[in-house]
Design a protein around this ligand. Structure first.
Ligand code: 5AD
Ligand code: SF4
Length: 483
């Protein structure tokens, strides 16, 4: 495996290799040299801070950045008082961009007091041309800007950024390359995200993701399985298979491989106890996948199935390729095959042209499905998406009112659903000591709900039986069952 390579044995004076990932390991060796010089000059190692804005795919990418920084000798810090700060940005809604600009003002002040500090920005927001122009014009103190397609080149960009005071900008429009075997620093020793595919081909009319993440590319099954085998050998018991639309995994392979096929192979990996995945598009959820989930001993009883809207008219305008009825039929079919399945969703309120009647259709689906939880979003126009060009944007007060009504309904229903498990004994993967009360630990049920229970750090990473004693809306208090 590449990440077991000894960087000190790489000849840094030769020309950089042209093939990947060897080229990146060469630049990691260069960066390590820079770190050593820093250490000699300052009497300490340089430190870094890496922050994710956005989804689990971004979080996984940040682990890759952190993996490289650690391997070359940087130490991680808990906040932006660091020599190297990297923000892995999101742009799915406008407020994600605003948060980054807000943080940049703060970083600028820090940098004035900390000579030599380097600031890097990467991720989805950097794929928007307008953003790059704005950074070049008004945020000259940023040292490094790169995008989603060349994140694997981070070591090379870091080496360049360490050697110059100029702003380094490297953003690609597209790439069909997937570079395997780069280092990763995992946030949790017992669970891990695993990318199975990148990009999206769906072009939902409100969504910027296909523009910033590019076309769908699946990783080879053998690479995915090798990664998971390695993770389980390292103590990982739960994996989350990640993709924008996992249900269309493997379609481009010859012969095609389905997501259900992949899951069956992952299931066979010894030492792995739980398999999760995200996100499923309702239009591609196959009977084969439902059958595999129903048979599986490891796939968690949780399906995230974004609805977006309950109105067939709006779904059409969103380019979602399903109707209210087909969504409801799908839910019925999945529930019949897997009765204890938790279903969660994403809903957008205030899509252009949404009327009160359309909104009532959404409320109706929410009631009829009874989601175990739902992420609710106010529609945010994104540059160059078809929906942003629609004239009839819904007035803000109306959207806000609908959003509040939806949230109340979603929360009531989720609380009723959660209540049903009170008193039962469930398997819980303990994840951490509770943030607010150190006598408790916090873990996750198979269905993804959170539970707090008395216990110590020795339980972290273990799957234990817990009686759910009290339900507080969407989380529980429980007690470990021993024996
Ligand atoms: N406005 C609001 N919400 C959006 N999402 C995607 N694009 C937008 C947008 N322009 C939501 C969808 C998606 C989730 C990740 O973000 O609900 O499922
Ligand atoms: Fe965006 Fe639709 Fe692709 Fe999800 S499936 S990332 S909402 S375009």
């Amino acid at each position: 495996m590449y990440h077991e390579i000894d960087l000190d044995k790489i000849d840094r004076n030769s020309e950089p290799p042209t093939e990947e990932p060897a080229r990146q390991y060469y630049f990691m060796a260069k960066c390590r040299e820079w770190v050593r010089e820093f250490e000699q000059k300052h009497g300490r190692r340089p430190c870094f801070f890496a922050q994710t804005f956005g989804c689990q795919m971004n979080a996984r990418d940040t682990e890759k950045l952190a993996g490289i920084l650690q391997l070359v000798g940087f130490e991680e810090t808990a906040d932006e008082q660091a020599d190297f700060v990297v923000y892995n940005t999101c742009t799915v809604r406008e407020n994600a961009n605003n948060r980054v600009y807000g943080r940049l003002g703060y970083l600028h002040n820090l940098k004035k007091k900390r000579p030599g500090m380097r600031i890097a920005l990467c991720g989805c927001m950097m794929q928007e041309p307008g953003v790059i122009e704005k950074l070049k014009k008004s945020y000259r103190f940023v040292n490094l800007v790169f995008g989603t397609h060349n994140i694997y080149k981070f070591a090379e960009l870091l080496a360049e950024c360490c050697e110059t005071e100029q702003m380094v900008v490297d953003v690609w429009e597209a790439s069909d390359q997937i570079v395997e075997d780069l280092p990763v620093q995992r946030k949790y020793p017992f669970k891990s995200g695993v990318n199975i595919m990148f990009g999206c081909n769906n072009f939902c009319s409100y969504c910027i993701v296909p523009y910033v993440r590019g076309r769908e590319k699946s990783r080879e099954p053998k690479e995915i399985l090798r990664e998971i085998e390695k993770l389980t050998a390292d103590g990982v018991v739960e994996v989350m298979l990640l993709g924008q639309n996992v249900n269309s995994y493997g379609r481009t392979f010859q012969p095609p491989v389905t997501f259900a096929n992949l899951l069956e192979e992952v299931e066979k990996i010894e030492g792995l106890s739980r398999i999760r995945f995200m996100t499923s598009h309702p239009k591609d959820l196959s009977d084969e996948l439902i059958a595999v989930m129903a048979r599986s001993k490891k796939i968690c009883r949780h399906l995230h199935l974004p609805l977006q809207s309950g109105s067939t008219r709006i779904l059409q305008a969103m380019n979602r390729h399903y109707s209210k009825e087909t969504y409801l039929t799908l839910v019925e079919k999945v529930r019949k095959a897997i009765p204890d399945l938790a279903i969660t969703t994403d809903i957008i309120v205030g899509f252009p042209g949404e009327t009160e009647e359309d909104f009532q259709e959404t409320m109706d689906v929410v009631k009829r499905v009874g989601f175990d939880s739902a992420f609710t979003f106010i529609y945010s126009p994104r540059s160059n998406t078809p929906a942003a060009a629609i004239k009839e944007q819904v007035p803000e007060e109306i959207v806000k009112d609908r959003f509040d009504r939806l949230l109340t309904s979603v929360q009531e229903i989720a609380a009723q659903k959660a209540q049903k498990l009170t008193g039962s004994v469930q398997k819980v993967l303990v994840e951490c000591v509770n943030d607010h009360d150190a006598s408790l630990v916090t873990g996750k049920l198979d269905n993804n709900s959170t539970v707090h229970l008395p216990g110590g750090a020795e339980l972290i990473g273990r799957i234990i039986d817990v009686r759910l004693e009290e339900c507080r809306g969407f989380y529980y208090y429980g007690k470990q069952m021993i024996g």
